[in-house]
Design a protein around this ligand. Structure first.
Ligand SMILES: Cc1cc2nc3c(=O)[nH]c(=O)nc-3n(C[C@H](O)[C@H](O)[C@H](O)COP(=O)(O)O)c2cc1C
Length: 351
């Protein structure tokens, strides 16, 4: 047994949020694994003007304050999304607010955008600015803000030049009313505003929109329409779900918050597939939700994802999961005769 599986066992004995804080502290001290991935041309991809060494990324919420992006890149991730950051620091909801559901390979969280605010976050990103590796910034609004749309503008502008891409998070279920920004009028104002700001900024980073898996048919159609109409670069599908409780076995199944991990896989992949169809494959998609194996990642890609992210499975499996996913993914592409990821994207729609 190596040090990481040993420390993983120890961490699982602790309360979830305490284990997470300790992990961030250990990683910031350089105690994480160092995985030097073999060169895999089939997993490489150019998207949004960025060169992704592989399509597996760390989803937002693990490194909310941008403290350990480089440590996470060293575990083998092809890109790391930091945040969600809000303009002002805020404490989030009362603890406990993260619940492990090991019987279901799932987590329920109701953190509520706890973070140290833009100034701290920006300083962390500036410190690593010239290092290699793709790091995204996921931005959100303060809970007590009287103009939430303006919060996104503030964060986007303040972080210009500090991140390789931006994710506009309008899909967290833990800030009351936030998901209302997915309504077409508000969404249009938000996305058009961001592209207008981008047009006059020195750096013109890609802008991605992260959506909820709980959007109904009409909601998905409206989001697809507004996304294609505005000049954004892609969609992240999806955030956690407020549904999905019926199939759960764990005693924590009734907790309020967003459900992530295995029980989210089918729903988030359905929405992903729908968004691919609704955008006619013209808008790059990042598939997130319940990915715990190379096979899961491959299913997201075939459903329409150009890139894939994960979070929950890593908390159960540890960092060795990432190289294992990359190995399987490369083998599956070869098995099915795809020369690279791009050829496999959306393959299930062409059958
Ligand atoms: C503890 C926790 C905190 C999260 N925080 C955020 C966040 O701050 N911003 C965000 O966009 N998504 C957040 N997420 C959602 C993840 O980025 C991801 O969309 C979701 O968990 C589904 O992926 P998974 O099943 O691989 O975990 C969080 C998820 C978890 C489990």
């Amino acid at each position: 047994m190596d040090i990481y599986s040993l420390s993983g066992r120890f961490l699982r004995l602790l309360e979830a949020e305490r284990a997470h804080s300790l992990t961030i502290r250990a990683l910031s001290l350089g105690l994480g694994p160092h995985y030097a991935p073999p060169a895999r041309p089939a997993l490489r991809q150019q998207l949004f003007g960025l060169d992704f060494p592989n399509p597996i990324g760390l989803a937002a919420g693990f490194d909310k304050n941008a403290q350990v992006p480089d440590a996470m890149l060293r575990t083998g991730f092809g890109f790391v999304e930091t945040g969600t950051v809000t303009p002002r620091a805020q404490p989030g909801n009362p603890r406990p607010r993260i619940f492990r559901l090991p019987e279901d390979d799932a987590v329920i969280n109701r953190l509520g955008f706890n973070n140290r605010g833009l100034a701290f976050y920006k300083a962390r990103l500036l410190k690593r600015r010239n290092r290699p590796g793709i790091v995204g910034a996921n931005i959100g609004a303060n809970k007590d803000s009287d103009n939430r749309i303006a919060d996104y503008f503030t964060a986007f502008e303040a972080l210009n030049g500090c991140a390789d891409y931006f994710t506009v998070n309008v899909s967290s279920p833990n800030t009351p009313g936030l998901r209302g920004l997915q309504e077409p009028e508000m969404l249009r104002e938000l996305l058009h505003g961001l592209s207008t700001i981008r047009a006059r900024l020195p750096h013109k980073p890609p802008i991605l929109l992260k959506i909820a898996p709980d959007l109904d048919r009409d909601g998905r159609q409206e989001v697809a329409h507004v996304a294609r109409d505005s000049a954004i670069d892609g969609l992240i599908v999806s955030n956690t779900t407020i549904g999905g409780r019926k199939s759960l076995k764990s005693p924590h199944r009734g907790e309020q918050g967003g459900l992530s991990g295995k029980p989210l896989f089918t729903l988030s992949t359905e929405v992903l597939s729908d968004m691919y169809r609704l955008t006619e494959g013209e808008l790059p998609l990042i598939g997130v939700g319940g990915v715990g194996s190379g096979n899961d990642a491959y299913r997201k890609i075939r459903a329409g994802a150009s890139l894939v992210q994960l979070y929950t499975a890593m908390t159960y499996e540890g960092p060795a999961l990432i190289p294992a996913i990359l190995d399987t993914l490369a083998a599956l592409l070869e098995r099915d005769g795809f020369a690279n990821i791009a050829e496999a994207v959306g393959a299930d729609h062409n059958r």
